[in-house]
Design a protein around this ligand. Structure first.
Ligand code: AMP
Length: 398
């Protein structure tokens, strides 16, 4: 996949053309109301630009995981919120293909915008069924892929459709790819990756890929326990995966071979209970009592990680340093987040973070806006970190 081959619609005359935009409108909703419109807010400028250029804009997206048609998972309320954010009318197509979709598209004048119903009401979407892809493609003249977060799946709306229409990368997708390339492909060195989160087992390909690419790998969260344990440290009752001790050792060996420095916690915040406000204390990493759990990194680890960050130019972050959702076990994650944010603000660090929990942790630390780039894509972000080719991107770069 040659990412330099990705092209946008810039310079293309889209006036009067039916432009199908695959966006990610999969927002949280409660009682028919969108509860977090961040994703929609980000979609707005790109849609406005196409509309201003006279395109007939047709927005398609999945929403949740319906099994067949499910009125609870209709995109109609989402289209309504999008209309409010756009400040211009948004039409709604009762289906994503067929007569209802065609009627909605036919009603569009130049500059109008329509949202079509949830793609996943049709099985063909996730199966990447060629017939479904072709039925979608019939609605447009041009395709714009603008849902990075869905691009790790070869679905009809991300991959199949590109076989039928001239296909371009949308502005959000380009922004995301450029940020990730800055961090991983052509970064300013030295580079560091911070990988935290619960388990080693879910991030083996991420860790394996990163040790070959970055100069320093900072390991935090529950997964650090597995690495510590593999090196003979007693982690008491902490979350750990002894069955992955060998994997951890292999990753450490690969890091050594590639010249990647591994940074593990040197102290820990421990508790006997995994609950809000549980009595906790800080101990050196070699002094974790047999009946205690490591729930966060301690202050010395935070200071060490901060030092490491101060000596690097690029940071890629996925996964919290501790059980950040439960006070006080978020302090380590928040302190590291603030350190990365202030280095970024001072122009000393390019900081790129991503993944659902990581975004939540950065939001809780109130530093999201200070990072260079924060990706809300979960699966796609991780697969990118694994070094995998994302089919929805490869299709646009063909
Ligand atoms: P992940 O989805 O793999 O990024 O994992 C995120 C989860 O890991 C969060 O819910 C954290 O609460 C949890 N986590 C991080 N550190 C620890 C720890 N030391 N013990 C237990 N859970 C942790």
């Amino acid at each position: 996949m040659n990412l330099d081959k990705l092209k946008t619609t810039d310079g293309i005359d889209v006036a009067g053309k039916r432009v199908i935009v695959r966006a990610d409108l999969n927002v949280p909703i409660k009682n028919g109301k969108v509860t977090d419109a961040t994703r929609l807010e980000r979609v707005v400028p790109g849609l406005k630009a196409l509309s201003d250029r006279g395109a007939k804009v047709i927005v398609i997206s999945h929403f949740g995981r319906p099994k067949g048609v499910d009125p609870e998972l209709s995109l109609r309320p989402v289209a309504q919120t999008l209309q409010d954010l756009l400040g211009r009318p948004v039409k709604f197509g009762e289906d994503s293909i067929g007569a209802a979709a065609e009627a909605a598209v036919q009603s569009l004048s130049n500059g109008d915008i329509a949202v079509l119903e949830n793609l996943r009401f049709h099985k063909g979407e996730e199966k990447n069924d060629p017939e479904f892809a072709s039925a979608l493609a019939k609605l447009g003249d041009v395709f714009v892929g603008d849902a990075f977060s869905c691009s790790h799946r070869a679905h009809a709306s991300t991959e199949g459709i590109t076989h039928h229409l001239p296909s371009y990368a949308g502005p959000l997708l380009m922004e995301e790819i450029n940020a990730l390339r800055t961090a991983l492909e052509k970064p300013q060195r030295p580079t560091a990756a911070l990988v935290g989160g619960a388990k080693v087992s879910t991030k083996i390909p991420v860790l394996t890929n990163l040790v070959a690419k970055v100069d320093k790998l900072i390991i935090g969260g529950g997964m650090a326990n597995t690495f510590l344990q593999a090196a003979g440290t007693n982690v008491g009752k902490s979350l750990a995966e002894p069955e992955f001790a060998e994997t951890a050792r292999e990753i450490l060996a690969k890091a050594k071979e590639k010249g990647c420095e591994i940074v593990l916690p040197v102290d820990a915040v421990i508790a006997r209970e995994f609950k809000e406000g549980a009595a906790s204390e800080v101990v050196a990493i070699d002094d974790v009592p047999a009946d205690a759990m490591i729930l966060d990194v301690g202050p010395k680890s935070v200071a060490h990680v901060t030092d490491v960050l101060a000596g690097t130019k690029t940071l890629l972050w996925n996964g919290p340093m501790g059980a950040f959702e439960i006070s006080p076990f978020g302090d380590g994650t928040f302190a590291v987040a603030r350190a990365a944010a202030s280095l970024t603000k001072a122009g000393k660090l390019v900081s790129v973070a991503g993944g659902g929990d990581t975004v939540a942790a950065l939001n809780a630390a109130n530093v999201t806006d200070e990072f260079t780039y924060v990706s809300t894509a979960g699966g796609a972000f991780l697969e990118w970190l694994e070094g995998r080719e994302l089919p929805g991107i490869a299709a646009l770069a063909r």
